[in-house]
Design a protein around this ligand. Structure first.
Ligand code: ITT
Length: 209
């Protein structure tokens, strides 16, 4: 069953906003941010996989709050960098601006055809009875040569999703919601938590207006 409430185990406000909107597709779920529980400390990201880190974040928050929790661990995998920064994407540099500058510098001599990349997101729901469900989503694309756009967060100004010629930061939340790694992960998690609800959500998504 899909829980009627979830505490989102992230300190990243961009993620929290997107997760709120995506979880709303499951129906009525009360979402709280971890900032509403000042005593809660998110664990260090020591896992080697996104799923491991997502699960650790959600488990820590569920234990500290006594409420069902949702964790998200994500990253950007760049072909020309052998999949880096990957699971270390948050630690690649100190701020979004510096992470983007470092990424573009690393790809300075890489031609357009070789700038393939993908966003990956793992989400984990940890429920009060100890049940844990995880799911993953991928968004393929490429890295732009210069940052563009002001919407979204993180690496969005340099990520051009497959099938588009603008960055996620230019395309904005409505497009991002249809194709992002996080959207795909949350939809898959909904099906795991409640196959009937998940199917209903998918049908709603594909029915023409
Ligand atoms: P929490 O651990 O508190 O959730 P975080 O920002 O540290 O927040 P991650 O460890 O999952 O999150 O790091 C993911 C990195 O990739 C981080 O720099 C994000 O800004 C970036 N990122 C994740 N999803 C993204 C998205 O949809 N668009 C752009 N950048 C994203």
């Amino acid at each position: 069953m899909i829980p009627d409430r979830l505490v989102v185990a992230t300190a990243n406000r961009g993620k929290l906003g997107e997760l709120r909107e995506l979880v709303a597709e499951w129906g009525s779920v009360a979402i709280a941010g971890v900032d509403e529980f000042p005593a809660v400390v998110l664990p260090a990201e020591v896992g080697t996989t996104y799923a491991e880190n997502a699960r650790a974040k959600a488990t820590a928050v569920m234990r500290a709050t006594g409420l069902p929790a949702l964790g998200d661990d994500s990253g950007l995998e760049v072909d020309a960098l052998d999949g880096a920064p990957g699971v270390h994407s948050a630690r690649y540099a100190a701020s979004d601006r510096e992470r983007i500058a470092k990424l573009l510098a690393a790809l300075r001599d890489v031609p357009e055809a070789c700038r393939g990349a993908r966003f990956v997101c793992a989400v984990a729901a940890v429920l009060c009875d100890g049940r844990v469900e995880t799911a993953e989503g991928v968004c393929p694309g490429r890295i732009a040569t210069v940052p563009a756009g002001r919407m979204g967060f993180g690496y969005d100004p340099v990520f051009v999703p497959e099938g588009y010629d603008r960055t996620l930061a230019e395309l904005g939340p409505e497009v991002k919601r249809t194709l992002s790694h996080r959207a795909r992960a949350i939809r898959a998690l909904g099906e795991r938590l409640d196959p009937i609800e998940g199917a209903r959500t998918l049908r709603r998504d594909t029915t023409p207006c």
